[in-house]
Design a protein around this ligand. Structure first.
Ligand code: HEC
Length: 459
């Protein structure tokens, strides 16, 4: 199940596109701000994962916080920036940053997690950024209540959804990234428009100057670089509401193509835990601190259990004192192994509603909400064997199809987005069709050659 755990590292070493050459200068500058310890899933658009062993504190420092971006990072001049509020409202507003800051502020500690965190572990593999465990982090977000701004605008009783749009724009013909929040959640006093992260102005990668914080729901609701709020009587009809961030209504067998009509939007988050130490394959001594985090969206964590014998027996871990309604809880279990050997350590969280992490999460076509019982292998008193990464794949640059990929597929993004996928022919064809729809200039005579090449090399 964890067979692909090393692809992130591999992806970075494959020589691909000379990324720097194509980047706008503002973007390259942002890259240099101390994020070098993050795993680059894609440099352009920017998708960065936190190596889990760096998640050592209840609050995640800004420069270690994972970054998820659908499109290129917009650069915004704060003086000229405005937030428009319109739609089903009595008085449309246009607010400057200074005006927003003049409203009473609220600070909330909230854990954000990408809906696709853990996508790399689904079998069969699914298309998308191949996040492993680290697309999750916790920060203190300061801002103004979204409900307060909506009330100020005279939000009408006809409003059922609030649409959130940021300054990023679809690349090519890809649709704009717009999300839609049901009005009850939008008006909830804990839903924020945040301008600070851990006491600093929002970093550019995290949505400067303003982002939504929709606590306890998957990260894509917390739209970055906000410029427009629209109150609406109906749900938004764009791709990121009607096709993306949806989950099958009933369990499907792995590999099934599920039409959007048979799916429903993601709301809330499942219960989950993550072991941050010891690291997978670590060598440990006779006194081992097994630590990590557990979270459950809008719900509280009731307990975390740890097993040091691959699930035969379980012991309750101690929960950390730091707690906030929408934030993860740290857990710790002190283990004193008496015999040398190689052990598999599990962590399993239970929330206040009695939900427990599964051994195998339900497969779904977009690879959302991976929340399997977490596991690491540790070696007590043994020298761990060198864990070999998968052999680098053959160069094969001049295979038929390779040059099509080089010329057609790197126009908008990093080759890494392609290299990290493991898809069969049909899934690759769907992916190529999607990209053609978004503006990839693949000729009719090129398409099947490209699909054959991709499915042969990246599966
Ligand atoms: C017109 C711009 C454009 C071109 C050209 C393009 N892509 Fe993409 N592609 C995107 C964008 C934008 C994303 C990121 C979407 C996101 O993160 O939501 C993306 C993401 C991807 C992903 C990650 C999975 C996903 O669907 O998000 C894969 C795989 C991919 N592209 C393959 C390709 C291939 C193969 C080609 C060449 C045929 C290609 N792309 C050409 C715009 C493009």
């Amino acid at each position: 199940m964890f067979r692909r755990a090393f692809l992130g590292t591999l992806g970075r070493t494959i020589p691909g596109l000379a990324v720097g050459a194509l980047l706008p200068s503002a973007f390259s500058a942002q890259q240099s701000i101390g994020k070098s310890r993050l795993i680059v899933r894609s440099a352009r658009p920017e998708d960065l994962e936190t190596p889990v062993h760096l998640l050592t504190t209840w609050m995640t420092p800004n420069d270690l916080f994972y970054v998820r971006s659908h499109f290129y990072t917009p650069s915004i001049e704060p003086g000229a920036w405005r937030l428009r509020v319109d739609g089903e409202v009595g008085t449309p507003l246009e607010l400057s940053l200074a005006e927003l800051r003049s409203f009473p502020s609220t600070t909330l500690v909230v854990t954000l997690e990408c809906a696709g965190n853990g996508r790399a572990f689904f079998d069969p593999p699914v298309a998308g950024v191949q996040w492993e465990k680290g697309a999750v982090g916790t920060a203190a977000w300061r801002g103004v209540r979204l409900g307060e701004i909506l009330r100020k605008a005279g939000v009408q009783p006809s409003t059922r959804y609030v649409w959130l749009d940021g300054a990023d724009r679809g690349i090519g013909k890809a649709p704009d990234f717009i999300r839609s929040v049901p009005v009850d959640k939008a008006m909830h006093p804990d839903t924020l428009l945040a301008y600070e992260m851990n006491g600093e102005p929002l970093p550019v990668s995290h949505g400067f100057p303003l982002r939504a914080i929709v606590p306890g729901w998957e990260g894509a609701y917390s739209v970055k670089w906000l410029t427009h709020l629209q109150a609406s009587a109906r749900d938004h009809d764009g791709a990121f509401v009607q096709a993306g961030y949806r989950y099958p209504r009933r369990l499907v067998s792995p590999g099934t193509v599920v039409p959007p009509a048979d799916t429903e939007p993601l709301r809330g988050m499942p219960v989950k835990s993550l072991i941050t130490a010891p690291a997978d394959h670590a060598a440990v001594g006779s006194d081992v601190r097994i630590v990590g985090f557990a979270w459950a969206g809008e719900r509280e964590i009731r307990r975390v259990d740890v097993s040091v014998d691959a699930g035969r027996t379980w012991q309750e871990a101690e929960l950390g004192r730091d707690r906030e309604r929408y934030a993860w809880r740290q857990f710790e279990y002190r283990w004193r192994p008496s015999e040398a050997g190689s052990y598999v350590v599990f962590s399993r969280a239970t929330d206040e509603g009695g939900r427990v992490q599964p051994i195998v999460p339900a497969w779904n076509p977009a690879g959302y909400l991976w929340n399997a019982v977490d596991r690491v292998r540790v070696n007590v008193g043994l020298t761990p064997p060198a864990v070999s990464s998968p052999a680098a794949r053959a160069g094969a640059i001049d295979e038929p199809g390779a040059s099509i990929a080089e010329t057609r597929c790197t126009v908008c993004h990093d080759l890494r987005l392609i290299e990290q996928q493991r898809l069969d022919v049909d899934s690759w064809r769907r992916e190529v069709d999607k990209m053609i729809g978004w503006g990839a200039a693949v000729g009719p005579d090129e398409k099947e050659r490209l699909v054959t090449y991709l499915a042969g090399r990246y599966r």
